[in-house]
Design a protein around this ligand. Structure first.
Ligand code: MLT
Length: 266
C-alpha cells in the first residue's frame, strides 16, 4: 500500500503493473480491496491504480463536505501525483460509477474509456434521498451494523448469500472496516448526486457496461438503457452474480474488462 497527500488529506492507493493506465473506483461502503481479482488480472497488461476514497479503507475522511465530484477531484489529483497525464480507462463500480460521471464531465481529457460496473445513471428519487439521509443519521448514532445487515441480501445473489459464506464474510469485514464518518458522508453525497442520464449521449469515448444478472441495486434493465443511450456503449451481462459481480464472478468480470481494454489499442 502507498499513500499520497491529496488536497490536505491522505489517500491510500496501489499501483501495479505497467502499460496503459486503468483506474478502478470502488463502491459503497467498500474499499479498493473489492477490485482485487480484477487488479491482479489487468495488471498483467496494464498499469492498474486502485484507491480508497476518502473515509473508506485506509484513507481518512479529511475535512469538509463530500460529493461525487470531490471524490473524482481527489482521484484526478492522485493521477497527477503519479505523473499519469495520458488519458486513463476509468472503471467505476456502483458508487464508483456515480463518481465516474463527474470525473468524465469535469476531466474528459483525462479519460480514454469508461467501464461502468453494476451502477446507475439515475439520481436518487426524492424518497430514496430522504431514506439515505435518515440512514446517515442512524449510522452516526447507532453504528453501521444495521446498515450492513440490511444491505447484505441486496449486495449479493441469493445463491451467494446461502452457499458462499467466505465471500459473504469477506464483504462484511470490508464494510465493517469503513468509518462511520465515511459512511455517513457518502450517504449524503449519494443522496445529493446529480442525475447523469443527460450526459450519456455526450460521452464520446468507448464505454463498457457490466452488470450481474441478479443485481438488485443497479438492475440489468437500467444497465441496458445506459448502454443504448451511449454513442459507443457495449453491454455485458454477468451470469451467477448479483450486485457484487466483481467478487461473485471475478473471472467473467475480469475477462470482459480485458476484452474492452484490448480493443482500445487496435
Ligand atoms: C454501492 O454498491 O456502491 C451502493 O450500493 C450504491 C447505492 O447505494 O446506490
Amino acid at each position: 500500500m502507498a499513500t499520497a497527500n491529496i488536497h490536505n488529506n491522505t489517500i491510500a492507493y496501489e499501483s501495479q503493473g505497467t502499460g496503459s493506465p486503468v483506474l478502478l473506483i470502488h463502491g459503497f461502503p467498500l474499499n479498493r480491496q473489492m477490485w482485487q481479482a480484477q487488479a491482479d488480472a489487468l495488471a498483467k497488461s496494464h498499469r492498474v491504480i486502485t484507491a480508497d476514497l476518502r473515509g473508506f479503507g485506509e484513507s481518512p475522511m479529511g475535512t469538509g463536505e463530500v460529493s461525487m465530484q470531490r471524490y473524482a477531484g481527489d482521484l484526478v489529483a492522485l493521477l497527477d501525483h503519479l505523473k499519469i497525464d495520458e488519458p486513463v480507462s476509468v472503471a467505476g463500480f456502483s458508487m464508483g460509477g456515480y463518481v465516474t460521471f463527474p470525473f468524465w464531465k469535469h476531466h474528459a481529457n483525462r479519460v480514454r474509456s469508461i467501464l461502468l460496473v453494476d451502477t446507475r445513471a439515475k439520481a436518487d428519487s426524492s424518497e430514496q434521498a430522504v431514506g439515505r439521509r435518515e440512514t446517515a443519521e442512524k449510522v452516526q448514532s447507532e453504528g453501521s451494523g444495521f446498515l450492513i445487515e440490511a444491505m447484505m441480501p441486496k449486495l449479493v445473489a441469493s445463491d451467494t448469500l446461502q452457499n458462499r459464506p467466505r465471500l459473504v464474510a469477506e464483504l462484511r469485514a470490508m464494510m465493517e472496516s469503513s468509518s462511520i464518518a465515511g459512511i455517513a458522508e457518502a450517504l449524503h453525497a449519494m443522496a445529493n448526486r446529480a442525475d447523469s442520464q443527460n450526459m450519456l449521449t455526450q460521452i464520446d469515448v468507448p464505454v463498457l457496461i457490466i452488470v450481474g444478472e441478479a443485481d438488485a441495486i443497479a438492475p440489468p434493465n437500467e444497465a441496458e438503457e445506459i448502454a443504448k443511450a451511449l454513442p459507443h456503449g457495449e453491454y455485458c451481462l454477468v451470469p451467477n452474480a448479483g450486485h457484487m459481480a466483481p467478487m461473485e464472478n471475478p473471472d467473467a468480470v475480469s475477462a470482459a474488462m480485458q476484452e474492452h481494454l484490448s480493443t482500445l489499442s487496435l
